[in-house]
Design a protein. Structure first.
Length: 115
């Protein structure tokens, strides 16, 4: 069972001036479509978790870099067609990957003013 609605249309992303960024956006759009097709065809078990970890790690790193530069953006747009269960599974896994407890996240949010 999919944790998100694969039938949701995704708007085209805005193209930046940087050729590297523009190419990355094209690849992301293509990869997103292929990954949703894999999910829709119930082929997720064949997809190596290491590839997901590599992709997710790159995205998390870029979001952190945006935060460090003063931009506070959400990892998903508000109202994204991702289930609450998928969000909780991911958040729990992120904390576990970094050996962090929920209490530490709450403390960091209070100290950094990110709430």
């Amino acid at each position: 069972m999919s944790l998100y609605d694969t039938s949701v249309a995704v708007d085209r992303l805005p193209m930046p001036e940087s050729l590297d960024c523009a190419r990355a956006i094209e690849l992301i759009e293509e990869l997103t479509a292929v990954m949703r097709e894999i999910d829709a065809n119930s082929e997720v078990a064949q997809f190596p978790v290491e590839a997901l970890q590599q992709l997710f790690g790159a995205g998390v790193g870029m979001l952190a870099a945006k935060f460090d530069s003063g931009e506070q953006c959400l990892p998903l747009p508000m109202g994204a067609e991702v289930s609450a269960t998928a969000i909780m599974v991911t958040a729990t896994g992120l904390l576990k990957s970094a050996n962090l407890e929920l209490f530490e996240l709450g403390m960091w949010q209070s100290w950094s003013g990110t709430r």
